[in-house]
Design a protein around this ligand. Structure first.
Ligand code: ADP
Ligand code: MG
Length: 395
């Protein structure tokens, strides 16, 4: 597969390489929470450093609408240096005078971290001037932010149109994993979907249904599917406007591959300590809401998962943040971890759940992308991969 060049194909020594990483880590009162994404980005940055490049790293962090001290990259830059064991300079802006000065001051092998790309108003608009300013900072561009490769922003696509570009290690590894799902997956191919909203996942449901042997659905999204089947879901979360579309999917040729819960854990309210009990999915008591799949469903899903040749999991089965409603997600995570087949898990919350349960090592590939993975499965490509492809074709 040579859809793009990788850092192996770059003459990085003595050059300045701009790396778009995904350092969008959770912040807790200005401190880095989970550093999974920083660790995942170290390989590309480290290899380029050792190859003698001046490495300029950029990323977005949170969703500020402009410069906002709460979202400065400074603590992330500090953690990157700690984890990587190399000195890191922080630039005071994204691609302005401060960034240019910081890059000019760096020696080969040194790392500069630019300020949060979302501080620049042109970032999300893929603004030409910002893209050009970013491109002016470097000789080469490496896209390593799989989690942002579905967004045509200045720091992902705009700059890649202007500098010879290649994929970083993380991005390349993610694409290999998703290719394995998309092309000739070992059978049975089982997809597990959960999480908050059907609206996030309807596209991928439609695209994957014809390709899979089974699609197991839990999480809040299962209630819109149950409602479309005519089940009374009481106070459970439903996206009512999507019911007609979801009904059409259920009635389509491959609709029978959708497997819905047969029982649920229902609660009297949306609180961690709400009174709760198990109810059949066809008889959700009025006044209650489903917050987890039930034990029978967890067992049934687990059986299908353990037999799978290929697995993709995105989205928790319930409100796993609350112990009373984490059982279904834990059971599915355990089944994915025990499965002999090739397994990919994506989605911020699903990966957080796997890690909280200490099961992340047993999954074949832990994706750093939620939306990006879903879009790649749906469309077969991503805007960031398309632009890298142009350089591979000898641009
Ligand atoms: P991911 O980040 O893995 O893609 P999502 O962001 O789509 O997952 O959804 C995760 C959220 O869905 C979690 O915060 C979880 O509490 C919530 N959730 C799961 N099941 C339910 C449910 N039955 N009712 C309400 N919220 C739910
Ligand atoms: Mg999420």
């Amino acid at each position: 597969m040579s859809r793009f060049r990788t850092i192996d194909d770059l003459e990085a020594s003595g050059r300045t390489v701009l790396v778009r990483a995904d350092l969008n880590v959770p912040l807790d009162e200005g401190r880095v929470g989970d550093d999974f994404r920083i660790t995942a980005s170290l390989r590309t940055i480290g290899e380029l450093r050792r190859a003698g490049a001046r490495v300029v790293v950029c990323s977005h962090l949170g969703r500020p609408k402009g410069p906002d001290p709460r979202y400065t990259m400074a603590p992330v830059a500090a953690r990157l240096g700690e984890l990587g064991g190399f000195p890191v300079r922080s630039a005071p802006d994204v691609a302005g005078e401060g960034a240019r000065a910081a890059v000019a001051a760096a020696a080969p092998g040194e790392v500069v971290v630019l300020e949060n790309t979302r501080f620049a108003p042109g970032e999300t608009k893929n603004d030409a001037a910002l893209s050009a300013d970013l491109a002016d900072l470097a000789d080469l561009f490496v896209l390593d932010a799989f989690g942002s490769a579905h967004r045509a922003h200045a720091s992902t696509v705009g700059v890649a149109e202007r500098l010879p570009s290649a994929a970083g290690r993380l991005l390349a590894e993610e694409v290999v994993a998703f290719d394995r799902l998309l092309h000739e997956p070992e059978r049975p191919f089982v997809v597990i979907l959960g999480g908050a909203k059907v609206s996030d996942k309807l596209g991928v449901i439609r695209a994957l249904l014809p390709k899979v042997d089974g699609m197991l659905v839990g999480g809040a999204m299962c209630f819109t599917l149950l409602a479309a089947r005519g089940v009374e879901v009481a106070e459970s979360r439903v996206e009512a406007d999507l019911v007609p579309e979801v009904r059409a999917v259920l009635e389509s040729a491959a609709g029978s591959r959708l497997v819905l819960p047969s029982d649920l854990v229902v609660a009297d309210g949306f609180t961690p300590d709400a009174a709760h009990r198990v109810a059949p999915a066809t008889a959700i008591p009025s006044g209650t809401m489903g917050l987890d799949i039930g034990p029978e469903t967890a067992e049934r899903f687990g059986g299908v998962i353990r037999q799978a040749g290929t697995l993709f999991w995105n989205g928790p089965m319930g409100v796993f943040e609350w112990p009373a409603f984490a059982t279904g997600t834990r059971a599915v995570a355990a089944a994915v971890a025990e499965a002999k087949g090739y397994s990919v898990a994506g989605g911020g919350d699903s990966v957080a759940a796997l890690r909280a349960f200490g099961m992340e090592e047993a999954v074949s590939h832990l994706s750093t992308g939620g939306g990006a993975g879903l879009e790649l499965l749906e469309a077969g490509t991503l805007p960031g991969l398309e632009v890298l492809g142009r350089w591979a074709d000898g641009a």
